[in-house]
Write a protein that binds this ligand. Structure first.
Ligand code: ADP
Ligand code: ZN
Length: 716
């Protein structure tokens, strides 16, 4: 049987990905190869498919013991005779596997490097026709996950001289590649290096202000999808997970400080779609083979581009549209710099951090920049990053630049970014007053520009070389040689307009299905998949991937023939699951025909618009932010309003709709006592006497809110 037929039969795919075909042809020829492909690129197929054609056994050396069972389960679900051998099995299991090997019943055998020596007696040389060394970078001390047992693999080529050897990895620079080949004794091996581009991952960077608000808006677009949020510290992992849970999301924290058992259970539930969002330190994701991770959010900036790339690579392994969102904050940069300085090779790390920062601040196509870091050069802009989708507009920012630079000058270069913004905006907080900066001429000159816009403009000035951060002097901003040109010779400065958070709709609608009706079907298909997976104790993606379910929802196959055409449906799974899925599609088709007539007559009436109940935009903006999980303080800071004002907005909405949860906000107020004052308050409509009654112990805003609650209560 030809390779392409076997691809369809066992995996349900119609064609090979770029490079897979050439690689497989060489492997079938018995050649040794070195393959570098990004995560999700389809490396495994390069040895899995040949194993179906070659006689005897294909040996796969893999360090990811925790993953082996999943990989083997997935292969078996495709009707492939696969097994594994590692230290996590009990001896009974191991004996069972050995028996199968001896009886020649296995096509593919996954082995941990530490266990391979135990096997050599059971694996005579004539029986092994192909050896795949997966995660081959682990062999090299140059690579980043060095595994001592990997260095003993050179004997493979001696013991099995007739078997082809293929080394595979997702990360290997030139030095590492050379090292891998030498150590495996395959110096002559041809190299296949696939593009590192992952075009299905949309790249986006946003300023790290009000991150929780931004995240909750983001998550609203990804209801029921799986994703990972990476943070720097264990504490913020737990905080964020707790807040997401409070907002009703299936979220869990995962970090090195948690008990092993707990971590394993989080990982397992995530793989099985039972937990949708994992908030984790970088410890999470290493050995996870979950194809339907739809988004990766970096709450904090990663310390270098390699790390960032590896982490976002965990999204979209099924090739479907996915989203990588990075928050960029200067506080993170400063923190990471401190870590780097304290480490052994500080200079290298600082240089890498600098590249990461440049990426985050780029005003040109981010993918081009990212790939150029890996020495790959795109001919054109990608069209799928935030910069490409929202090309920044520039304006003449000379006056802004002059205001900022002259303030830096007048403060004698002794203020960090935040203080500079405060001074420009004329804030009268302690740090401004104490330093006497409220006396300088530029104090308050930039009132008209919002706090966060100023912050972004200053970052742009830094990137243009007009300001510098003195990391060793409390991060004070310093003028540069170029700043003088702007300050004294009127040299023009261009600044990019800061896009508003809500102005990025193109990026916010990622997982599109053809129409509403198919979305409903998709949901039913997912439910069925979950049921079937539970029965067999498999991860749902092993039944069918998201890509396959979407193809079903798009095609709506009604019989076996149509079902066989679906992408990702092989013979084995067709036999096993076809009838169940066809039941759903057929029912759907019938319902839809009936429903369609109904819908066309009623659609106008049922169109819903969220009512604002006559409340003003400013009230509704507060209310929506609150619904989205922001705290009152966050909303106040972001909107530049007083906390009391925000509370009064919530009070108004509560009074008219009762759909904001205000009880937590008025906790601790003696409501019985307050109720006594209500009649008087209603009569002269003044809060002052109430405030005085509580001797100023309760803020005006809270009192107003509590009174609104009491009024509602007495009315009902
Ligand atoms: P890697 O090992 O490189 O990280 P995988 O081998 O796990 O990647 O492949 C990633 C995903 O792509 C898997 O879900 C796999 O089934 C799928 N895939 C591989 N080859 C093809 C192909 N030719 N057509 C469609 N999907 C494929
Ligand atoms: Zn781009």
């Amino acid at each position: 049987m030809k390779a392409l037929d076997l691809l369809k039969k066992h995996f349900g795919y119609d064609s090979f990905r770029p490079q897979q075909e050439q690689i497989i042809t060489k492997v079938l020829d018995g050649k040794d190869l070195m393959v570098v492909m990004p995560t999700g690129g389809g490396k495994s197929m390069c040895f899995q498919l040949p194993s179906l054609i070659l006689p005897g056994l294909t040996l796969v050396i893999s360090p990811l013991i925790a993953l082996m069972k999943d990989q083997v389960d997935a292969l078996r679900a495709n009707g492939i005779a696969a097994g594994y051998f590692n230290s996590s099995q009990d001896s009974l299991d191991q004996q069972e596997t050995l028996k199968k090997i001896t009886a020649g019943k296995l096509q593919l055998l996954y082995v941990a490097p530490e266990s391979i020596s135990l096997l050599s007696n059971h694996l005579p040389s004539h029986q092994v026709s192909l050896i795949a060394v997966d995660e081959a970078h682990c062999i090299s001390t140059w690579g980043h996950d060095f595994r001592p047992a990997y260095t003993q693999l050179s004997y493979l080529k001696q013991s099995y001289p007739d078997a082809g050897l293929i080394a595979l990895t997702a990360t290997a620079d030139r030095a590492t590649r050379a090292d891998i080949k030498t150590q495996l004794a395959i110096n002559h091996a041809q190299e296949y290096i696939a593009s590192f581009d992952r075009p299905n991952i949309m790249l986006e960077v946003r300023p790290g202000n009000n991150r929780m608000i931004q995240i909750s808006r983001f998550l609203n677009k990804y209801k029921d999808e799986s994703g990972i949020i990476y943070c720097l510290s264990r504490k913020s992992c737990e905080n964020i997970a707790a807040r997401l849970k409070a907002l009703g999301y299936d979220a869990a924290a995962y970090h090195a400080g948690l008990e092993n058992r707990f971590r394993e259970s989080v990982q397992e539930q995530f793989i099985k779609d039972e937990i949708k969002i994992v908030v984790a330190t970088i410890a999470f994701g290493m050995g996870i083979d979950k194809s339907n991770v739809r988004f990766v959010i970096h709450y904090n900036m990663p310390k270098n581009i390699e790390g960032y790339y590896q982490e976002i690579g965990r999204a979209g392994r099924d090739g479907l549209q996915s989203h990588a969102l990075l928050f960029h904050s200067y506080a993170d940069v400063i923190q990471l710099r401190k870590f780097a300085e304290g480490s052994g090779n500080g200079e290298v790390q600082i240089a890498k951090l600098e590249r990461m920062k440049q990426f985050a601040e780029a005003l040109t196509c981010r993918r081009r920049m990212l790939l150029s870091y890996f020495n790959e050069f795109l001919e054109e802009d990608c069209g799928a990053c935030d910069v490409c989708l929202n090309k920044p507009d520039f304006f003449d920012g000379t006056v802004h630049a002059q205001m900022a630079l002259s303030a830096v000058y007048r403060m004698q270069e002794k203020a960090p970014i935040n203080l500079l913004v405060d001074v420009l905006r004329g804030a009268n907080n302690a740090s401004v007053i104490d330093s006497g900066f409220d006396k300088i001429k530029t104090y308050g000159s930039g009132k008209k520009t919002s706090w966060s816009d100023w912050q972004q403009y200053i970052i742009q000035l830094i990137n243009q070389g007009l300001l510098e951060i003195a990391f060793h002097e409390n991060n004070h901003l310093k003028l540069t040689a170029q700043s003088h040109e702007v300050l004294f010779n009127n040299k023009p400065v261009q600044l990019a307009v800061i896009p508003k958070i809500k102005d990025t709709p193109a990026i916010n609608t990622p997982v599109e299905l053809p129409d509403q009706i198919n979305k409903a079907l998709y949901k039913e298909l997912r439910d069925l998949r979950l049921q079937l997976a539970k029965v067999e104790n498999l991860a749902p993606y092993m039944v069918f991937s998201d890509a396959t379910l979407k193809d079903i929802a798009r095609r709506i196959p009604l019989d076996d023939n149509e079902f066989a055409d679906v992408n990702g449906v092989g013979v084995h799974k067709q036999d096993k699951y076809g009838q169940e899925f066809l039941k759903v599609t057929n029912l759907f088709k019938e319902d839809r025909t009936a429903d369609f007539a109904y819908r066309t007559t009623t659609s106008k009436k049922t169109k819903k618009k969220k009512s604002t109940g006559g409340l003003t935009d400013t009230v509704m903006e507060t209310v929506e932010a609150y619904w989205n999980g922001s705290s009152v303080e966050e909303i106040a800071t972001r909107r530049g309003l007083k906390v009391d004002t925000i509370l009064s907005h919530l009070g108004k909405r509560y009074a008219s709709h009762r759909d904001v949860d205000v009880n937590t906000l008025i906790e601790g107020i003696d409501l019985d006592e307050l109720e006594k004052l209500l009649p008087n308050y209603l009569k002269d409509n003044s809060l002052k006497p109430v405030y005085d009654h509580f001797k100023g112990a309760v803020d005006y805003g809270k009192l107003g809110l509590a009174l609104a609650v009491l009024q509602v209560k007495t009315m009902t």
